[in-house]
Design a protein around this ligand. Sequence first.
Ligand SMILES: [Ca+2]
Ligand SMILES: [Ca+2]
Ligand SMILES: [Ca+2]
Length: 318
Amino acid sequence: MFCGAVALCAFAVSAPALAGGVTAGTLIENTAVASYDDGAGPRTINSNTVTVRVDELLDVTLTSLDPGPINTRPGDAVLTFELTNQGNGPEAFTLLANPTVAGNDFDVTVRAIAIDSNGNGIYDEGIDEILTAPQTTAVLAADAVLTVFVLVTVPDGVTDTQTSAVDLNAEAVTGSGTPGTVFAAAGVDGGDAIVGTTSALATARGELVVGVANVALAKSVVLRDPFGGASAVPGTIATFTITAQVSGSGTINDLIVTDAIPDGTTYAAGTLALDGTALSDAADGDAGVASDAAGIAVDLGDVAAQTTRTVTFDVTID
Ligand SMILES: [Ca+2]
Ligand SMILES: [Ca+2]
Ligand SMILES: [Ca+2]
């Protein structure tokens, strides 16, 4: 440290650079030095040392970590947030989730607020800690970042494309208020805790959008009688067409189309087809199985919305 003639030299305790500035409780000491020559040689004198203890700033931020609205359907969903202790001292924060946001098409039920205990960014049931009321985080070091999950349930009866928002609020346990509000002796080492620019309050919004797929099943028949016409007489071949149309958004899982062979008719072996491609009658590697006794079944698996699959088969009128 360079101290020139009649220079001021500051001696500060080193402290990490924080979003909230120098760590609360840090002692900043300052001593002035004067150097001069009185004719008998150079001399140096020090002033008394002034010591200032850094008070604790209370600041917090919250952000949604979801890349966009969570695509959901009735049942459980998880919203993900990040809380940062922007203050310069250790502080805990009380969390409150509000599912009743103006403009919601529907309101979810908040089941719980959880902490990402294993730090993998994903809610793990039975591993990540569920906070009990009042839902308060552990004491977080200055600049510490915490991933928080809001566990919600989407009600039955919601329809495709409906949206809902949930606000998560965080408040410093020591207190909040207008920036500059002082909580005397409530900070580190008995120093004051002072509300920072965030008011020691934060809110972030998570959003959900309903993606519900629906299946519409339609069946039609075309007749070809033995005389080249379209009459239903013994020997007429009836071609049934079943269309499964998936609308909305999202995906339908494990979609299986089945149909019985009507009384008075016989399945025409080898006529089962999916989207115009033949399927074997046997239970084998393809999606279809058919017999006169058991009827037809076609396993379409998972089908995305805005998709139509068409199953056809023939019977002969006995
Ligand atoms: Ca504190
Ligand atoms: Ca986790
Ligand atoms: Ca087959």
